[in-house]
Design a protein around this ligand. Structure first.
Ligand code: THU
Length: 133
C-alpha cells in the first residue's frame, strides 16, 4: 500500500511532544480512522513507571474522542537502530479497532518508513471483539 504521508508527518510531530524523562525514548504514533481523519499521540511516562502510557494508546484515545471507531492505517515513529514496533499491549489495543489487514508503518524519527507490517503479522491468532460476538 502507498503510505499516507500526512499520517506519518502527524506521528513525527506527535513525537516532539513526548514526555519521556525516564527512558528518554521518544515515540510518536498516528492512526487514520474510517472517516480519513488522522489522530496522533505520544508516550507519556510517569514517576510510577508502570503508569506511563505508549504513543499508540494516546493516538487511539484521540481517535475515540474524535469520533473514529475503525483504524485503517497506522504509523509509529522512533529513533535508534531497532525497529520501534508496537509493544505487545499496543498490538492488542490496535486490534480492538483494526483487523489482520491493518497496515502499521514503523518509521525512523524523520518519518522514513523502515518496514511496514500488518497487524496479523504482529499479533497472529489474535483475540478481538468478534470473539465475544
Ligand atoms: N513506547 C511507546 O510509546 N510505544 C511502543 O510501541 C513502544 C514503547 C514507549 C513506552 C516508554 O515510554 C518508552 O517507549 C520506552 O519503552
Amino acid at each position: 500500500m502507498v503510505a499516507d504521508t500526512s499520517l506519518i508527518a502527524a506521528a513525527v510531530k506527535a513525537r516532539s511532544h513526548a514526555y519521556a524523562p525516564y527512558s528518554r525514548f521518544l515515540v510518536g504514533a498516528a492512526v487514520k480512522d474510517e472517516h480519513g481523519q488522522v489522530h496522533a499521540g505520544c508516550n507519556v511516562e510517569n514517576a510510577a513507571y508502570p503508569e506511563g502510557t505508549c504513543a499508540e494508546a494516546g493516538a487511539i484515545a484521540a481517535m475515540i474522542m474524535g469520533g473514529g471507531k475503525r483504524i485503517t492505517e497506522a504509523a509509529v515513529v522512533g529513533a535508534g537502530d531497532a525497529l520501534v514496533t508496537p509493544c505487545g499491549g499496543c498490538r492488542q489495543k490496535l486490534r480492538e479497532f483494526g483487523g489482520n489487514d491493518l497496515v502499521i508503518h514503523v518509521c525512523d524519527e524523520r518519518g522514513l518508513i523502515k518496514r511496514s507490517f500488518t497487524l496479523g503479522e504482529l499479533l497472529p491468532s489474535s483475540f478481538g471483539p468478534d470473539n465475544l460476538a
